[in-house]
Design a protein around this ligand. Structure first.
Ligand SMILES: Cc1ncc(COP(=O)(O)O)c(C=O)c1O
Length: 412
């Protein structure tokens, strides 16, 4: 048996990609703004996480450029040893102040922040309790922790209570997403906080998609629900509303200080720290998040317009309440078909297929941003109405499938 034998069995999506449905690894030739150049074509961008449109903000870019001048391009080391710049320490203080926590610790990515925080805080003999649709980085952090990992039904707080009760006297750590990244729904935080209190569990909220987006002041899902005091630890990313790269964990002083010194926080120690340009960009973007609430207002105006229009057309947007707007399609083939039809019309969207979603639950995922103009929005809605009818996803049209799909189905 050769371990490489498996390489001959590709993901089923590869067959579609091979016949021209190139939904992955598209080559971008511009910043992730409301319009992009992708594979040489100008397109309306509905596939970024640039929620506040800050990825090419002049202030953010200037901060990054100045940091490169001052500190060079890379730190060449981990935070523990030679990779802590004064910029990192300053950003950690600012993140903590923004999130109203005692302290914060800045990682090289949000993925690593979840891995480090969960494996750092939950050890053998503890119980880590996750929503069934928790982000992959949460699942991987739990796997790395050596704790007993249990799952509860998505957003079902009664099931969470049942699972917590089954953990007995073990230390209990509940980890949820604030906004679920594929379907755009919110975790019911007030009831989750209550369940954690009742069962003596600690709560981490990964608010990768909520920070900068939700809450009057952009402090995320916990601010939105008014339960910031009930959330022990907030994990965030610097790859979305704060548009660079990096991740952070904010919480009580002793918890963050423990993470700085526990060997179980391997994702922190054994990776080079984020470069100065990224850290300076995040610092500037964080200031803008606080200074310009109008960006959030615009994001929500665009979001509501699109959400209402799609529901009125008859699309299944999976109960999304946020700028993440999914369209439930189902099969791989039909999902790629919708993707292709939108792409042909100059609209860049993403597909979500297993393992990002359950089998048969494929969807097209769109994200809205403060940078989208009314003209972008109306053009997208017009296309979605025509395309949805044409391929039979919404009422009012025939079921005409793309030539390649016909060929693919015939050959299956
Ligand atoms: C919910 C959630 N958590 C964590 C991450 C990881 O963040 P990063 O891109 O900074 O690694 C993401 C990004 O995909 C996410 O959607």
């Amino acid at each position: 048996m050769d371990v490489f034998d498996k390489c001959r069995h590709m993901h089923p999506a590869k067959a579609l990609i091979d016949v021209g449905f190139n939904a992955f690894y598209r080559v971008m030739q511009s910043p992730p703004d409301a319009e992009v150049i992708a594979d040489g074509r100008r397109m309306i961008m509905l596939g970024s996480n640039n929620y506040l449109g800050l990825a090419s903000d002049p202030r953010v870019k200037a901060a990054a450029l100045a940091a490169v001048e001052a500190y060079g391009t890379g730190t060449t080391g981990s935070r523990l040893l030679n990779g802590t710049l004064e910029l990192h320490a300053d950003l950690e203080r600012r993140i903590a102040r923004f999130l109203r926590k005692d302290d914060a610790i800045f990682y090289t990515s949000g993925y690593l922040a979840n891995c480090g925080a969960i494996a750092g805080l939950a050890h053998r003999g503890d119980c880590v309790v996750l929503d069934r649709q928790a982000h992959a980085s949460i699942v991987d952090g739990a796997r790395l922790s050596y704790a007993d990992v249990k799952r509860f039904r998505h957003n079902d707080v009664r099931d969470l209570e049942r699972v917590l009760a089954s953990c007995g006297e073990s230390g209990k750590l509940v980890v949820v997403d604030g906004i679920y990244s594929m379907e755009g729904t919110l975790a019911p935080l007030p009831r989750i906080v209550q369940a954690c209190r009742t069962h003596g569990a600690r709560l981490i909220v990964d608010d990768a998609h909520g920070l900068g987006v939700l809450g009057r002041d952009g402090r995320g899902t916990a601010e939105h629900f008014g339960v910031e005091d009930g959330v022990d630890v907030i994990v965030g990313t610097a790859s979305k509303a704060l548009p660079a790269v990096g991740g952070f964990v904010a919480g009580r002083r002793e918890v963050i200080e423990f993470l700085r010194y526990t060997g179980a926080n391997r994702a922190f120690y054994f990776a080079a720290s984020p470069p100065a340009a990224a850290v300076a960009a995040v610092r500037e973007a964080l200031a803008i998040v606080q200074e310009r609430p109008a960006l959030r207002t615009r994001l929500w105006t665009v979001t509501r317009r699109v959400q209402h229009a799609l529901l009125a057309m008859g699309y299944d947007t999976m109960g999304s309440q946020t700028p993440i707007v999914p369209i439930r399609v189902g099969s791989l083939e039909r999902t790629f078909e919708l993707w292709r039809a939108l792409s042909d019309e100059g609209i860049f969207v993403n597909v979500a297929i297993p393992p990002a979603v359950p089998a048969g639950g494929c969807l097209v995922r769109m994200t809205l941003t403060a940078g989208h103009t009314d003209a972008h929005v109306e053009r997208v809605l017009d296309v979605l109405e025509r395309v949805g009818k044409r391929i039979g996803l919404i009422p009012g049209g025939g079921d005409v499938v793309a030539e390649e799909v016909v060929a693919l189905r015939a050959s299956a």
